[in-house]
Design a protein around this ligand. Sequence first.
Ligand SMILES: [Zn+2]
Length: 787
Amino acid sequence: MKILNYDIHLDIDFAGKKYSGTENIKIEKPDKKLELDINEIDIKGVKINGMDAVFSVSNTQLVVDNDSSDVIDLSIEFYTYNDPGLKGFYVAGDANKYILSTQFEESDARRAFPCFDNPLYKATFDLEVKIDKDLQAISNMPIKHEKIEANKKIVTFERTPVMSTYLLYIGIGHFDEMSTMYRNKRFYYAAMDGRLSKSSYPLDIAKKSVEYLENYTNIEYMLPKLHLIAVPEFAAGAMENWGAITFREILLNMDASSSSKSYRRSAEVITHELVHQWFGDLVTMKWWNDLWLNESFATFFAFKTVDAVEPSWNFFGDFLLDQTDGAYTMDSIINSHPINAEVSDPMGVSKLSYEIRYGKGSNVLRMIEAYTGNDVFMTGLRNYLKKFSYSNAEGSDLWNSIEEVSKKGISEIMNEWISKKGYPLLMAKKTDNGLLLTQEKFNLHGNEHEEWKIPLFINRFSGEQKILMEGKDLKLDGDIISLNKMHFGFYRVYYDNELFNNIIKNLDKISVFEKWGIINDMYALFLAGRMELTEFMRRMETFYKINEPVIIEEISKELYNLFIISQNIYFKDIVNFYIKDKIEYIEKNKSDDFNYKTVLSNLYSRLAYINSDFASKLVKKYSSFELVNPDERQAYLISRAVTGSDFSYFRDIIENSKSDEDKTKAIMACGILSENEDHDQIIDFIKSGRVKKQDADSFFTSMATYPESREFIVNNLETIVDLLFNIRVSNLRINRCVQTMISYGGLADPEKIKKDAEKIRRDEIEGGINKGLEFLEIFENAIKASN
Ligand SMILES: [Zn+2]
């Protein structure tokens, strides 16, 4: 069976937030039983080639009997109402002001219209919407024509290329737009009216990135136009609908209140979605078990692209701090899963870890690129994209394509890395004429065993050496400095004392990225109970003098986290000293350097929490919040909470600020509020609907992180989880929130939270609960090791 075309007409009652529709699906070689996916859609009638057809409807399927084997026209009349939460065709905004917008990945196109909601069934789409005359409509393709009928407007869009159902986009509302030309195509930045910022930053980034990607892939951007759309309520961060990419407002609406961190984050996410126009939209995975391939590629290539178009940003430093660190952490527990975890139904995707599918996958791709060489990797990729354009592929198709060019056994290496959970720890011991490497699986918790074929990037005095480690042990001879040059390899190393001392002697011959890895490894080895506190601190101190932003961020984050977890005054004193020293250095020497701004902003925030003198000074420095420098705003709000402002102060910002970034910063600071009254008001505030649904869980994530509110989290776990489900926060976000509430929040009373975790247990948050319980134990062990 082949789906050729969907011809969809939607009659939209914008004020009533509902619509009815008709569609005609053209199918070649149709099955005898046509099984269409539906979810909360009512079916009025079904015809095949104009004749009434026999059909039955269940909760999830519309089944139509068919006895034709030629091309058929399957016509369906249906209607639906718009309250699915932040998915399907949904209301994005509040009761007074909203747009209607779609979010179909992974399996919610079926909430908007009956369809074969499977990425493999690619088809063309003809879309037509009937809307109020004064409204606008945006879709994947440009508008073909508009026709006015009484007080209604019929908008017809041009036909799409063949594509998967989950990539269709429909947006209805009052929009403000700005646009620019890229070659002969128009690129738009759109937002709900009154919400468009004046900055053309998103379009500037988009143009540069598209140009880079066109050159890299050797394939021109395929659609006649591109929309970047800021959506007022959005469960995920962004979505790569072909030619009509949607984002949280915070990622596009850049203005004078935006911090340097948000500019970097915006560039990363815009580029990530643009990469998908090639990897994902043009070439799509056959089934959701290869979703990681889309996401890993988009993640890796977003960094690669931004690194190329903004070379001074040192963007792979952000990659290590974010993607590599996240993947290392999440992939070292028993409750991790392989990159290509089995997904039997699309709903199952939300059970998997973002840090594995995006983070680990992108790290493995970076490792393979470094192993094969950039040109070989690019050629393999170009061949793959060309071969599978407007079609579907599996991971193995890509490895085969790279292998054909590289002749390096890539398939075998990749298969190991994507099908085994975890990653290697290399134990490195000095020998008479070199060193001995022994690999094992790195565990933060538990005791699992595994072995990999590992591409090694050895840093020698004589230059870089790339070899493949096979088997448990490997002897290396000669002039070795360190074992993961540029931190290309996704593995940790535990150097024995002699080797570590040699590293310290030769620090100037080691890249910043590799230094980052060495520091990150030490922290993990301490958390895992493999390195004693004294040894960890002794090694750590040798890096205090380094003033690279990536290193300052890593060290201050580690020490700060150890204090947050343990509340041990020992760490507080050290991190206080370290951060003050680095702030002084940056303010004196690097205050205008863009790469230091984000780090400085984080240092201020951490210091504001641990040092009340600093907090008091910061509060006094500004007469009102609006005057605070964007890079100091998080620290300022934390300082407010530390120095006694109550919830009303933060509520005012959350309700009235035009900037989503300021709102989320205020929500973060609420975690520090310790009074019962504040906590009750926060719950009431969320229930009142005056905070975006997409942000509701952030209150609790923050409350769990800060020791002041942990007890509240422990005592109200069930209530909070019910609340999040009631307001229909996405499962992915609830999972993350639950994980943090159990792991960090649980530190206030581990025994109680372990019991209560069983009371909230249900299928949708199984992953979050299990991971939370496991990290709680890891933290408890680390606390014991710190005393
Ligand atoms: Zn993505």
